[in-house]
Ligand binder design. Structure first.
Ligand SMILES: NC(=O)c1ccc[n+]([C@@H]2O[C@H](COP(=O)([O-])OP(=O)(O)OC[C@H]3O[C@@H](n4cnc5c(N)ncnc54)[C@H](O)[C@@H]3O)[C@@H](O)[C@H]2O)c1
Ligand SMILES: [Zn+2]
Length: 352
């Protein structure tokens, strides 16, 4: 294996094994003291890679990122006589990695864990930063911990089976990173598109690595989200409100959220590049402008868990590659959202 890239966080160091193969997992952990957690889709597509490993296979999807799944995994770990010497390895998308990190953090008060992300989103976002948790009813990521994995192993071959919609979803976060911190990556994204990048193996690997490093750098400096880690919420305030209300994937909702955050940035700062952002979103199969019901969305925004008294920390852009945290009164956001959304006369997106 190549030498890993390592990031030191407050309590531990994470080793990133870029450009490796899932088959090399046995060089990182002992097979007889490891349990892999994955889901049906990943397991079915890549069966042979799991041969000889203790494996717990979950049902796929966000609906299973809940306490009942945690209980079920824990019962299976007990049945497998897993003790503190074991490592749990989550091989899957963000649902699997969030669950694995959470179970490993509470089982026997904490055992070690690692990730092999299998979606673009998990490679550039979900597996990085140590946030692990589950949903409770309608509340996403309501319960969880911040605890870093020991390692993250990247095997880009696993992406060959990833459905188109998941590619676009992952690129919403890639475009987000470029918007907030990486103008050069934004120009690179502008110069190509999703179909071309999927064929460009080296370009894709370099881009994923660049994004993993970018997020890791931000988290390393602000693991507990007191400052700059908040920048990663660009597009997510409105995005989350849209996601709960309409039949949108996370990536689509965040894309619309980023587009409107750009428009708000034009109103509040000197930003003038909304068109470039909208064009790039389109190049990666994502929406930008969309019609939504302002009142419904505002109702949800008011309950946003990031709200501090009557203000929301909204992430705006000064320019592409430079985001800022703007604490804004709800009234100002309300005004913008009303302008961006519509009243009852126009047809909004399909509801859930
Ligand atoms: N911890 C964090 O910091 C963080 C950050 C962002 C997102 N998340 C979480 O991540 C989750 C979303 O992640 P996701 O989009 O990866 O979702 P996911 O894990 O649900 O994966 C998406 C779908 O793709 C399938 N899949 C995964 N890899 C595949 C492959 N290689 N080939 C074929 N199918 C494959 C899965 O079975 C699933 O159906 C959410 O729960 C979100 O809250 C966490
Ligand atoms: Zn996101």
């Amino acid at each position: 294996m190549n030498n890993p890239v390592s990031y030191r966080f407050s309590a531990s160091t994470v080793h990133y094994h870029f450009s490796e193969r899932l088959q090399d997992l046995q060089k990182l952990v002992a097979k007889d003291r490891t349990v892999i957690i994955t889901d049906d889709n990943v397991f079915d597509h890549h069966k042979s890679r799991f041969r000889g490993w203790n494996t717990i296979v979950l049902r796929p999807g966000e609906a299973y990122k809940v306490q009942a799944t945690v209980d079920s995994i824990i019962s299976q770990l007990i049945a497998l006589q897993v003790d503190r010497q074991f490592t749990l390895v989550g091989v899957g998308g963000g649902v699997v990695t969030d669950l694995t990190g959470y179970v490993a953090s509470v089982y026997m008060r904490g055992i070690s864990f690692g990730f092999v992300p299998t979606t673009v989103l998990a490679m550039v976002d979900a597996s990085i930063g140590g946030k692990n948790g589950i949903d409770v009813g309608p509340y996403k990521n309501m319960v969880g911990v911040i605890r870093q994995p020991s390692f993250i192993l990247y095997d880009y071959d696993l992406l060959k089976t990833l459905p188109d919609a998941q590619w676009s979803d992952g690129f919403a976060e890639v475009i987000k990173h470029a918007c907030i911190r990486d103008a050069a990556a934004f120009r690179m994204l502008e110069s190509t598109d999703l179909a071309a990048l999927r064929r460009d193996k080296e370009g894709l690997q370099a881009l994923i690595q660049r994004n993993a490093r970018l997020k890791s750098g931000i988290v390393k400096k602000d693991e507990f989200e007191k400052g700059d880690r908040k920048l990663l919420n660009f597009g997510h305030t409105l995005g989350h409100a849209l996601e709960t209300q309409y039949a949108l994937s996370h990536g689509q909702a965040v894309a619309i959220g980023m587009y409107h955050a750009c428009r708000f940035s034009e109103a509040h700062l000197d930003f003038s590049e909304t068109d470039r952002v909208a064009r790039v979103l389109g190049q990666y199969g994502l929406p930008s402008d969309a019609v939504f019901d302002a009142d419904k969305v505002l109702g949800i925004l008011q309950m946003d868990k990031k709200r501090v008294s009557k203000e929301i920390n909204y992430i705006l852009l000064q320019k592409i590659g430079k985001a800022v945290i703007c604490p804004l009164p709800l009234a100002t956001i309300g005004k913008w959202v009303r302008k961006a959304g519509v009243g009852k006369h126009k047809k909004a997106m399909p509801e859930k």
